[in-house]
Design a binder for this molecule. Structure first.
Ligand code: UD1
Ligand code: MG
Length: 462
């Protein structure tokens, strides 16, 4: 069997995106477009995979890493010129070369494999992946002769009115006989509306030389959507989201209203978990089985174990262990590590803190730079005061302790196991195991104060 090679074109500036970064680095459901393309192409049996980089080359390379080889296209003179840059690496080899664009993130490995098989069956010099669409605006048109054989591809900007009406388009994916590709590339010129060296002109050159040109039609046009602007980016994102949703639901996840939830492509969710409307799950997040992620929660780069309930809360770079719950309206900031069956109620913020199993932090509390043991009760309105204006300090509370409401625990402080802190205390010293600390001003009642307070009396008499 012949060797297969692949070239991904990713050197373009992406002018129509009106962006400071490379087009192919724009994200679709949490992953760059080029990552999708590379991960699909890599599933095809290849002996060489080359990415053509140019604009923002270093950024593109840092995303792809060593998954492909690279060639550099110094000036972006068109797709044909881009492919020609690989000649040194590929030109002398025998085999089939798959060429595709870095801006088609929905394209699947299945379609690429099917196309390669078709190309081999047809024994063609080139096979073009084409699609029929109602609105072909922006795509190259497939121009056929009377026998429906492909004659050439005409770009939108160069198309005659009758050519522009053609609804069969070029998806930008091709299989070439490698040697014939490079021979033809030397014949293309930039004599067109965009003054570019079009890869698509290779088709006409090969056709004129009497070579066989095949068309492989794609059933699902959505796969071939090329992202050239932000409108297409939104469209592609919607389709990708649908794919992600369908896969999750097939694996036993309930999405109550998939049209309002956003789940990034690498997020993992276990079966029997319910995702309520308005939930956003981003980045490197995993959620276990039997969880409920309540309406309007946002979870980013966090690990959630089985049986966790999240009510309308914001979690980032945190973890929650089995059976714990949080919310409504609470915030886990980076390095919040929530133990088994911990209860975190409403308006609680946790940052860089470990909370042991069965501990309860019910209301209006800040836990930062703190280690809480197990089976602790932290009363309403407690503040772990961690910052002196210059440095952060650590606090520690031992197992089975009780922190009364409205306490300030001023770090660094160590409260041992089975200790009590009376409500309203400001704790600045360590508390020994089994002791109680009370640290607040004594109450003084002034007898008959009102009667001797003339301003209050004047207000009442008005
Ligand atoms: C291209 C095709 C068009 C097809 C469409 C499918 C050409 C001339 N036109 O148009 O027929 O319908 O794709 O989506 O090929 N690039 C480089 N170097 C360059 C220019 C572009 O590497 O000098 C890369 C871009 O980064 C991009 C890809 O090639 O990933 C395609 O370029 P783009 O400008 O998006 O071409 P389209 O106008 O979409
Ligand atoms: Mg494009």
């Amino acid at each position: 069997m012949k060797d297969n090679f692949a070239i991904i074109l990713a050197a373009g500036k992406g002018t129509r995106m009106k962006s400071k970064k490379s087009k192919v680095l724009h994200q679709v459901c949490g992953k760059t477009m080029i990552q999708y393309v590379v991960s699909q192409v890599k599933q095809v049996n290849l002996s060489k995979l080359i990415t053509v980089v140019g604009a923002h080359a270093d950024d593109v390379k840092s995303v792809i890493g060593n998954q492909t080889e690279y060639v550099f296209q110094k000036e972006q003179l068109g797709t044909g010129h881009a492919v020609l840059q690989t000649e040194k690496k590929l030109g002398k080899l025998n085999g089939t070369t798959l060429v595709l664009n870095g801006d088609t993130p929905l394209l699947t490995a299945k379609t690429l494999k099917k196309m390669l098989d078709y190309h081999r069956e047809c024994n063609a010099a080139v096979t073009v992946l084409t699609a029929w669409i109602d609105d072909p605006t922006g795509y190259g048109r497939i121009i056929c002769d009377n026998q429906q054989n492909i004659k050439k591809i005409v770009e939108q900007k160069d198309a005659l009115p009758q050519e522009a009406e053609v609804k069969e388009i070029n998806t930008g994916v091709y299989c070439f006989d490698n040697q014939q590709l490079f021979a033809a590339l030397h014949e293309i010129n930039s004599d067109n509306q965009q003054n570019e060296y079009y890869l698509t002109d290779v088709i006409e050159i090969l056709q004129r030389a009497g070579k066989k040109i095949a068309a492989c039609q794609i059933n699902d046009f959505q796969e071939a959507l090329g992202v050239n602007d932000r409108i297409a980016l939104a469209r592609v994102t919607k389709i990708m989201q649908k794919r992600i949703d369908v896969k999750l639901m097939a694996n036993g996840v309930t999405l109550i209203d998939p049209s309002t939830t956003y789940v990034d492509s690498d997020v993992k969710i276990g079966s029997n978990t319910v995702i309520e409307p308005g939930v956003v799950l981003k980045g490197n997040t995993s959620i276990g089985c039997d969880c409920t992620i309540g309406a309007n929660s946002i979870i980013k780069d966090s690990q959630i174990a089985d049986g966790v309930e999240v009510k309308c809360s914001y979690l980032e770079q945190s973890q929650m262990d089995k059976g714990s719950d949080i919310g409504p309206n609470s915030h886990l900031r980076p390095q919040a590590d929530i133990g088994k069956r911990v209860h975190i109620g409403n308006f609680v913020e946790v940052k860089k803190a470990k909370i042991g199993e069965n501990t309860k932090v019910g209301h209006l509390t800040y836990v930062g730079d703190t280690t809480l043991g197990k089976n602790i009760n932290v009363g309403c309105g407690t503040v772990f005061v961690n910052y002196d204006g210059m440095n952060k300090h650590q606090s520690k509370v031992g197992d089975y302790s009780f922190i009364g409401s409205g306490s300030n625990i001023i770090a660094p402080v160590n409260i041992e196991d089975h200790a009590y802190v009376a409500a309203g205390s400001t704790i600045t010293n360590d508390v020994k195991a089994h002791d109680m600390a009370i640290a607040r001003g004594r109450q003084v009642n002034k007898v008959g104060y009102y009667d001797h307070y003339p301003v209050a009396q004047q207000v009442e008499s008005k």
